[in-house]
Design a protein. Structure first.
Length: 570
């Protein structure tokens, strides 16, 4: 760690000295040098980190400001002039402190009822309360639909359901629209500058694939942005962050695997399409629930296909080769896995959903164990723990489950040869620098040599190491584009991970909250395993960084998970 910091310090000092010398040169000399690749690389190494920080802040700050706003969908009026605004599609009514609408009266049950607004229809569900529920004087059992003006009686207490005085879905301000448009322009400029840097560095090695693919990417981003603007979708900053990450993905692929540029561009276009479809279908909760069961059925088919037809690469049987296309089925199963743990609030509180979720989770994780993809199994298990806690809130049961998983993990480390080999290298990579620790040591050397600003796209060494653009992609980020840009990339993914947590209190439905937090867990855990594994802080697990690593299956799944995260926003 000390040697790494010293290397960074020396490189930064050298960059500052070069910049001072460069500024002092005569104007005529500057004009001559500006047309050469070396001086273009020098300028871009300073411009791109600054642009990346500006893009990050201009996307994140509006989302953080917006999280405090609440949409009022209706009101409950108590006849003694007390109003309860309804700010969620699902509101628990009761005496308990965890109730969304708390009525602290002794005859009201702790969890008395759930008031829901699904697909334009209001309803109320009795949670087994002692005092019962009446609607317009008639006793109900289970669920009852409602209309504005209906009187709800909770154990003798009358409440009147009234419409909201304001429009439910507020319009996005023109100022914010212009800000997002300008941010998109900065992202396009960033990607063009980065692409030109690669052309200068690698020349014919990326020509004409890189210019063509980058221009098509820019066109796709503009078209996708205009489509979302046309249909007045909010939280566009999240999509802009994804555009930025996809641009970095293309630059990394162009440097490390230029023959995969068109394949990766196709995956990005498919990912944008998948995001858009999920985003529009999830506007109605009923459609979202139907998609859940459809995807779970498809996931079970993929699990069987992986076991029957899977091919082994680097110790894991996690690829299916259909001749015209090769893909990782477990990447697509991630989306179904997240949705399997979701449920609306009334179902969470009145029925048992955990049994089906546990069964599906066991099928997924057992498949991953059989195909020896233990890194992905760890990602699935982390998501399972988060979503199971959100469903049940039972910490003791989850603690026992985690403890059992820990002992299973010890057994895997002890008896699976290639996993044992990786753990033997863990924290001792430099002792095996030319054998089993080769990848981690070269990644750390490359990351340190890049310093804060990087050596420039296409000028790195790590691209010559196997799996550099997938498992070791953080090293390429640090080496070629610099530690600042690498930290911005990681910060974007971490922000996407914490954003659903910040919005949990204002979410439309528990269904969206659980799915968003499950998707966010997968993104963050994958990123942590990749970054910390490639730098020997954790064992190298072979998982990708979402949106950044080379791989079509991973890219498409990342866009789908982003759509689930986006669904938490009203």
């Amino acid at each position: 760690m000390i040697s790494f910091l010293e290397s960074v310090k020396q490189i930064v000092q050298q960059d500052i000295n070069n910049l001072l010398k460069f500024v002092k040169r005569p104007v005529i000399t500057l004009k001559i040098f500006s047309v050469t690749g070396d001086y273009y690389t020098f300028l871009v190494r300073w411009i791109l980190p600054i642009l990346s920080i500006i893009i990050f802040l201009w996307c994140v700050l509006p989302l953080l400001r917006e999280r405090k706003t609440k949409t009022i969908w209706g009101n409950l009026y108590l006849f003694n002039d007390i109003w309860f605004p309804i700010t969620s599609w699902e509101s628990m009514i009761g005496r308990g402190k965890n109730s969304d609408i708390m009525i602290n009266l002794p005859f009201i049950s702790r969890n008395h009822a759930v008031l829901t607004f699904h697909d334009g229809i209001w309803s109320i569900t009795d949670l087994g309360s002692k005092g019962g529920i009446k609607v317009n004087g008639a006793e109900i059992e289970g669920r009852q639909t409602l209309n504005f003006g209906d009187t709800i009686t909770l154990a003798g207490l009358d409440l009147l359901l009234l419409a909201a005085e304001t429009e439910p879905l507020g319009k996005i301000s023109e100022n914010r629209r212009s800000t997002t448009t300008f941010t998109l322009l900065l992202i396009l400029i960033y990607q063009l500058l980065g692409a030109l840097q690669l052309v200068v560095a690698k020349g014919s090695a990326v020509m004409p694939a890189l210019p063509a693919s980058i221009l098509l990417l820019l066109l796709a981003e503009c078209s996708h942005y205009l489509l979302l603007r046309c249909y007045k979708r909010n939280a566009l900053e999240m999509v802009l962050l994804a555009y930025f990450l996809c641009g970095m993905n293309m630059l990394i692929v162009a440097s490390a695997a230029p023959n995969s540029l068109y394949k990766q561009l196709t995956a990005i276009l498919i990912g944008m399409t998948v995001y858009t479809v999920i985003d529009f279908l999830f506007q109605k909760l009923g459609q979202a629930v139907k998609i859940k069961y459809f995807l779970m059925s498809g996931a079970l088919v993929l699990l069987v296909m992986n076991l029957a037809l899977g091919e082994t690469y680097f110790g894991a049987k996690n690829w299916i080769n259909l001749g015209f296309i090769t893909f990782q089925p477990m990447e697509f199963v991630k989306v179904a896995f997240v949705l399997a743990g979701t449920a609306t609030l009334d179902r969470l509180l009145t029925t048992r959903n955990m049994a089906a979720f546990i069964a599906f989770s066991c099928a997924c994780i057992l498949t991953l164990v059989l195909i020896r993809d233990f890194g992905t199994a760890l990602v699935f298990f982390a998501a399972f723990v988060i979503m199971a806690f959100m469903q049940s809130g039972d910490i003791r049961s989850l603690a026992l489950l985690v403890a059992a998983a820990f002992f299973v993990g010890i057994g895997v480390v002890a008896f699976v040869p290639y996993v044992t080999k990786r753990f033997a290298v863990w924290r001792r990579a430099w002792q095996f620098a030319n054998t089993s620790g080769y990848q981690q040591t070269r990644t750390m050397i490359a990351a340190a040599s890049g310093g804060l600003l990087g050596v420039g796209g296409g000028n790195g060494y790590l691209v010559n190491v196997i799996a550099a653009d997938t498992d070791l992609v953080f090293g390429i980020l640090c080496e070629e584009w610099g530690l600042l840009i690498a930290l911005v990339v990681v910060s974007i993914i971490v922000f996407l991970g914490i954003y659903p947590v910040l919005l949990a209190g204002n979410s439309r439905s528990a269904f969206y909250t659980i799915s968003a937090c499950g998707a966010a867990t997968i993104l963050v855990v994958q990123t942590a395993l990749n970054v910390l594994g490639s730098t020997d802080i954790l064992p190298l697990t072979g998982v990708t960084i979402p949106f950044i690593s080379n791989g079509g299956s991973s890219m498409i799944t990342s866009w789908a998970l982003l759509a689930l995260i986006r669904s938490v926003k009203q």
